[in-house]
Design a protein around this ligand. Structure first.
Ligand code: 8YV
Length: 312
């Protein structure tokens, strides 16, 4: 539906959405197009932007996160950047809860037993997990997705804590029954579950570094549906292997799809291939947002979801 609408409105050159563009192909598109619609797998860094043609005026990203785009360099070249916020909030928050429950309630282990035909019947001590109700959830990054996670986790009976570069307005904080921690170190040390929901920016890179990961309780679980770069993946892997961290549910990784192979060997982690926003409804709504951004721009106005460097 999105492709059809795009073709009705514009002169479109469609890439195969399941094939990654090479840097050469991307550079070629940047030289020829007025508007580019990249995804998270297209690295649009300063070197790539230097190859942009005179015509390129808008990068209408198909996705919310724009850490793969050098927004400041684009601005210097007079190229606007837009994204698709809001429409993937609920799906990503749902997946956060799914990962949290998968790790704490050992869903993959149960599934593996069933698929292997190994289940010999119910027994009281088999497959014991940990209850999330009553536990402390520390949300790192309380934007749209963090708040959607907070609402869901409240419904599961969790106590909500958060760290954010800016404290929420009191009425929002009260509505979420959330406790603010100015010190990330202090929050990390007291939580049962940590959910990473902040974007990847220079100031969030390795926010959960080796030193901070050491502060976690050995019973703590980490869930990341945001960006892998926020966690030092090697340090996390070491901590999980050493039993210093009880478990992790990861939808994103520090080096894209190049996952630390040791992570795959661990029983206490659940790994997913970046599918937090992967619903049919969400993908269509993302496409609709892209179209609105391009159409508004083509009509001579600022795209409604323009991203400027000061927002990052
Ligand atoms: C998207 C995401 O599917 O929107 C984001 O930031 O991480 C994903 O869930 C992806 O970005 C598509 O480009």
């Amino acid at each position: 539906a999105v492709e059809t609408r795009l073709k009705e409105l514009f002169n479109v050159e469609l890439r195969d959405p399941d094939t990654r563009m090479t840097r050469e192909e991307l550079a070629d598109a940047m030289r020829r197009a007025d508007v580019l619609v990249p995804t998270v797998t297209d690295q649009i860094d300063a070197a790539m932007l230097a190859q942009a043609g005179e015509k390129l005026k808008l990068i209408a990203n198909y996705g919310a996160g724009v850490d793969h785009i050098d927004v400041a360099s684009a601005r210097q070249r007079g190229i606007l950047v837009s994204n698709t916020p809001g429409v993937l909030t609920d799906d990503t928050a749902d997946m956060t809860m799914a990962l949290m429950l998968a790790v704490t309630r050992k869903i993959p282990q149960g599934l593996a037993q069933m698929q292997a035909g190994e289940w010999a019947g119910w027994s009281p001590m088999a497959n014991l997990g940990v209850r999330i109700g009553g536990k402390r959830l520390g949300i790192l990054g309380m934007g749209r997705i963090g708040q959607a996670v907070a609402r869901r986790a409240r419904a599961f009976g969790m106590q909500i804590h958060y760290h954010n570069r800016k404290r929420l307005r009191p009425e929002i904080e009260e509505g979420l029954e959330a406790t603010y921690w100015e010190s990330l170190d202090q929050m990390v040390a007291r939580m049962d579950v940590i959910s990473v929901n902040c974007p990847h920016t220079p100031s969030t890179f390795h926010l959960l570094n080796a030193r901070r990961l050491k502060l976690l309780k050995p019973t703590a679980v980490i869930v990341n549906t945001s960006r892998g770069e926020v966690i030092d993946e090697n340090a996390l892997t070491r901590g999980l292997r050493a039993g210093e961290i009880a478990g992790a549910g990861l939808d994103v990784f520090e080096h894209g799809h190049q996952i630390n192979p040791r992570l795959r060997e661990l029983a206490n982690v659940v790994l997913l291939p970046h599918m937090g926003s992967a619903t049919l409804e969400g993908r269509v709504e993302m496409g609709e947002k892209v179209i609105i951004n391009i159409k508004t721009f083509a009509d001579g106005h600022r795209p409604p979801d323009q991203v400027v460097p000061s927002m990052l």
